[in-house]
Design a protein around this ligand. Structure first.
Ligand SMILES: C[C@](O)(CO)[C@H](O)COP(=O)(O)OP(=O)(O)OC[C@H]1O[C@@H](n2ccc(N)nc2=O)[C@H](O)[C@@H]1O
Ligand SMILES: Nc1ncnc2c1ncn2[C@@H]1O[C@H](COP(=O)(O)OP(=O)(O)OP(=O)(O)O)[C@@H](O)[C@H]1O
Length: 299
C-alpha cells in the first residue's frame, strides 16, 4: 500500500486577457478571465530520503527536474513554512503542453502544494495555500481553484466567475514553446509610446460565460498578448486561419502562446476542427477539451 497522494490539476485558457502598462516591478496589471479546461496533469508525492522530481509523458524531456520546477518550489515553500524537511518524491504525469500558454508549470505547482499539504497534514488554511500559490507565480492560484475566475493585480487576485454551460475547445499545440517574459516584453515593445488603457473585465464576456452561449462567448473572447505572440511567431496566423476555415466559431492565441485555442459548437465540431488542424500541417498536435473544469483535486 503506497503512502502517496495524487492530485489531478487542469490546464487553463484565458477567455479575456486585458494587459495594462508595465508596473515599476516589471509585472503588468491584468484583467484576466481564466477558464479551466479538461486537460490534466497528475502529480503524485511520496515520502523519500530527499527531494526528487520525475516526469513522464510525451513532453517530459522539456520539463526541468531540478529545484526550478514549480512543483519542487511549491514543496519547498510549504515545508519551510511548517518547519518540515521537503523530503518527497514528486512525480508529474504530464499531459498539459509545456511552455504553451496553458499554465502547465503553474498547474504542477498548485498540485504539488495540495498533495504535500495532505501528505504532511500541515493543517494549512485555504488562504495560506493561496498565498503560497501567489508567491510561486501569477497563474498558480487559479490552478488551485479552477472553474472560472477573474484575476486582477498580476492575475493572482481571484474572484469566481459564473459559467452557465459547457464550452467545447480545440487546442493546436505548436512546435516549441514561447517564453512568457519574452511575450510580455514584446507587448511592451509594440505598445511603447501609446496610451495603454487600464485593464478591465468585459461585461459582455462575463454575460456570455454566465449564459453558457457559445456564439456569444465566441464574439467576446480577446487576448491582449495575441499581437505580441504573433509578432514573435508569425506562423501562428496560419494555424488560426486553418481552424477558422474548418468551422471554429472563434480562434485565438491561448495566453502567451504558442498554443492556439478554437471555440467550437459541440463535441462533433471539435473532432472535425481537430482533424482539419492536424491535416493542415500548421501544428504539432491538436487536443480536444471542455470547460469549465474543476481545480486541483486529490484523487
Ligand atoms: C500569460 C499568463 O499565462 C496569462 O494567464 C500569465 O499572465 C503568466 O503567468 P505566469 O506564467 O504565472 O507568470 P509569472 O511566473 O508570475 O511571471 C513570469 C513573467 O511574466 C511576466 N508577467 C507575468 C504576469 C503579469 N501579470 N505581468 C507580467 O509581466 C513578467 O515578465 C514575469 O517575470
Ligand atoms: N512543472 C513544470 N512543468 C513544465 N514546465 C515547468 C515546470 N516547472 C517549471 N517549468 C518551466 O517553466 C517554463 C514554462 O512552462 P509552462 O508549461 O508552465 O508554460 P506556460 O504554459 O506557457 O505557462 P503560463 O501559461 O503560466 O505562462 C518551462 O519552459 C520550464 O522551463
Amino acid at each position: 500500500m503506497s503512502r502517496g497522494v495524487t492530485v489531478r490539476v487542469p490546464a487553463k485558457v484565458n477567455a479575456q486577457l486585458a494587459v495594462g502598462a508595465p508596473r515599476p516591478d516589471g509585472f503588468h496589471d491584468l484583467a484576466n478571465v481564466f477558464l479551466a479546461v479538461g486537460l490534466y496533469d497528475e502529480v503524485t508525492v511520496t515520502p523519500a530520503d530527499e527531494l526528487r522530481v520525475t516526469c513522464s509523458g510525451p513532453d517530459a524531456a522539456q520539463v526541468p527536474l531540478d529545484a526550478t520546477n514549480l512543483a519542487a518550489r511549491a514543496a519547498i515553500a510549504l515545508a519551510e513554512r511548517h518547519g518540515i524537511a521537503p523530503h518527497v518524491h514528486i512525480h508529474i504525469a504530464k499531459d498539459i503542453p509545456v511552455a504553451g500558454g496553458m499554465a502547465g508549470g503553474s498547474a504542477d505547482g498548485a498540485a504539488a502544494l495540495l498533495a504535500c499539504d495532505a501528505l504532511w497534514s500541515t493543517g494549512a488554511t485555504r488562504g495560506e495555500l493561496l498565498a503560497i500559490c501567489a508567491e510561486l507565480g501569477s497563474d498558480v492560484p487559479f490552478s488551485l481553484v479552477g472553474g472560472a475566475a477573474l484575476g486582477v493585480g498580476r492575475g493572482e487576485q481571484l474572484t469566481t466567475v459564473d459559467v452557465g454551460g459547457t464550452f467545447h475547445w480545440v487546442f493546436a499545440v505548436a512546435d516549441g514553446g514561447l517564453s512568457t517574459p519574452a511575450v510580455y516584453g514584446e507587448f511592451d515593445r509594440l505598445t511603447a509610446g501609446t496610451d495603454v488603457p487600464e485593464p478591465a473585465a468585459s461585461p459582455v464576456l462575463l454575460a456570455a460565460l454566465r449564459s453558457g452561449d457559445t456564439t456569444a462567448l465566441a464574439g467576446a473572447l480577446s487576448n491582449g498578448l495575441q499581437a505580441a505572440a504573433l509578432s514573435l511567431r508569425p506562423s501562428l496566423a496560419d494555424t488560426l486561419a486553418a481552424g477558422t476555415a474548418a468551422g471554429a466559431q472563434a480562434a485565438l492565441v491561448s495566453g502567451s502562446g504558442p498554443t492556439t485555442a478554437f471555440l467550437v459548437a459541440d463535441a462533433e465540431s471539435a473532432r472535425k476542427v481537430a482533424d482539419a488542424l492536424l491535416t493542415s500541417g500548421t501544428c504539432r498536435t491538436a487536443r480536444v477539451a471542455v470547460s469549465p473544469a474543476p481545480g486541483a483535486t486529490i484523487v
